[in-house]
Design a protein around this ligand. Structure first.
Ligand code: FAD
Ligand code: PYC
Length: 416
């Protein structure tokens, strides 16, 4: 895309946007492709982009049942960090952070990545011990993380109330390279770049069945827009992954829960960073539009309902108002939910499956947005080579059978 001067932009806007072109094509599905990606969120679109750019597989399509980015990619609170405990996770999430650092330039699309720092509050002795363990483990892995005293935490985020509150702030872990990005720009940026390399992005196309040949390998999908054949299929459908994998006879260790968030009316820039508190189930940042972006823990029950609920919202707001009393008089604009796919060890599955030609990228639970470029990059590798990239080799489906779990329940940092 050519950059416009302010005047050129104004002229185009006033001319009814004449001359503007769409950012990606809207093709009819072909009868056959070399590979299909199911799910047009960041992970699916990113995987298609890396398949085309790095593995030269361009006769491929992304099938999305709704509109791209309409799932969790466009519903999340955009927190990016890599302060996970285990070596395997540090390698995966920091791979993503390193790709985020150049993503706008690589895609020539401003994803508004802002490394404003993510601070995780400790309210109990147990929290403090866990976070200090994370700080040390992260540093061993070359991932930045530091322990702050309550006074240092307040200096970093001056609105924080460290006074006499129900859950006192005993300290905090700060990852300065963490931050936020503009969620739908990530979907749009990958879509535009993938389309430019020849990838077909097909919206309003729900996968309703997976076809297998006599030997059991995949040979295509049934969709609401007809049968599409392909010898390789990658599924990146977050909360609906288990529904799709069941079509191929595979049962996954996933539970799908709603995760809710809300935003306030927009205000002037007042909040310089991201603050999270797992113990009291709330976290907060400020978007570039000025809205305070606030989230809660997962709902208590499994469900496919993408709605917000007042009881969850009020619980999160009680916590936020105690930590940041100056927000007590802010009005809230809207709330919503997304469906997150949670594994028993709170780590993702990025792997081949027992069905030849079928690959899965799922189990990101409450925390997959931060991983988008890294996850997409290694998933594309896995599909192209029919074997995992060294970074995702530990994130198999078999680990749940073999007991090689990567337990990141504490690093997930959002209560489930
Ligand atoms: P999605 O973006 O959900 O894409 C999957 C797509 O598959 C969807 O568009 C869906 O329509 C499509 N699909 C489903 N079934 C079919 C079918 N049968 N046929 C065709 N298409 C299908 N993560 C963080 O790292 N930081 C955060 O701050 C954060 N906050 C969150 C806050 C909320 C409220 C929620 C809900 C999630 C949050 N997450 C966060 C998690 C994060 O959003 C997800 O892990 C991530 O976006 C998953 O991306 P994806 O591309 O795998 O899935
Ligand atoms: O994984 O950092 C995270 C996160 C924050 C809010 C939801 N998930």
């Amino acid at each position: 895309m050519q950059p416009f001067s302010g005047l050129a932009l104004l002229r185009r806007g006033l001319s009814g946007q004449r001359g503007w072109t769409t950012q990606w094509r809207s093709p009819e599905p072909k009868a056959a492709y070399d590979a299909l990606i199911v799910g047009g969120g960041g992970h699916g679109l990113g995987a298609a982009y890396y398949l085309a750019r790095e593995h030269h597989l361009t006769n491929i399509a992304v099938l999305e049942k709704g509109w791209i980015g309409g799932g969790n990619t466009g519903r999340n609170t955009t927190i990016i960090r890599s302060n996970y405990l285990f070596d395997e996770s540090a390698a995966l999430y920091d791979h993503a952070v390193r790709l985020w650092e150049h993503l706008s330039q690589v895609l020539n699309y401003n994803v508004m990545f802002s490394q404003r720092g993510v601070m995780m509050l400790a309210h109990t002795v147990h929290d403090a011990q866990v976070f200090k363990r994370h700080v040390h483990a992260n540093r061993v892995n070359g991932v930045d993380n530091e322990w702050l005293t309550p006074a240092e935490a307040k200096a970093f985020c001056p609105l924080l109330n460290i006074g006499n509150i129900r859950y006192p702030v005993l300290g905090a872990a700060l990852q300065r390279r963490g931050g936020t990005a503009r969620h739908d720009a990530v979907a749009w940026g990958y879509a535009r770049a993938a389309d430019a390399l020849g990838v077909d992005i097909i919206e309003n196309c729900e996968v309703t069945g997976i076809r297998r040949d006599a030997g059991g390998a995949v040979e295509g999908v049934e969709t609401t827009r007809g049968t599409i054949r392909a010898p390789r299929i990658g599924v990146a459908a977050s909360g609906h992954t288990s529904v799709i994998m069941k079509m191929a006879g595979i049962e996954l260790p996933l539970e799908s829960y709603p995760l809710q968030a809300l935003v306030s009316e927009p205000v002037k820039p007042v909040f310089p960073c991201v603050v999270m508190s797992n113990t009291i189930h709330a976290y907060i940042s400020q978007s570039d539009k000025g809205e305070l972006v606030i989230g809660a823990g997962t709902d208590a029950y499994t469900s496919y309902t993408q709605r917000g609920g007042l009881h969850i919202t009020s619980h999160a707001l009680e916590a936020i108002c105690e930590l940041f009393p100056m927000f007590r008089r802010l009005r809230m604009l809207r709330n919503w939910g997304g469906i997150v796919d949670v594994t028993p060890d709170r780590s993702p599955i990025i792997a081949r499956t027992p069905v030849p030609g079928l690959y899965v990228n799922c189990g990101w639970g409450t925390g997959g947005f931060k991983a988008t470029p890294g996850s997409a990059h290694v998933f594309a590798w896995t599909i192209a080579h029919d074997e995992p990239h060294p970074i995702n080799a530990p994130f198999t489906l078999e680990r749940f059978r073999d007991g090689r779990l990567i337990d990141e329940a504490a690093a997930a940092a959002v209560a489930h």
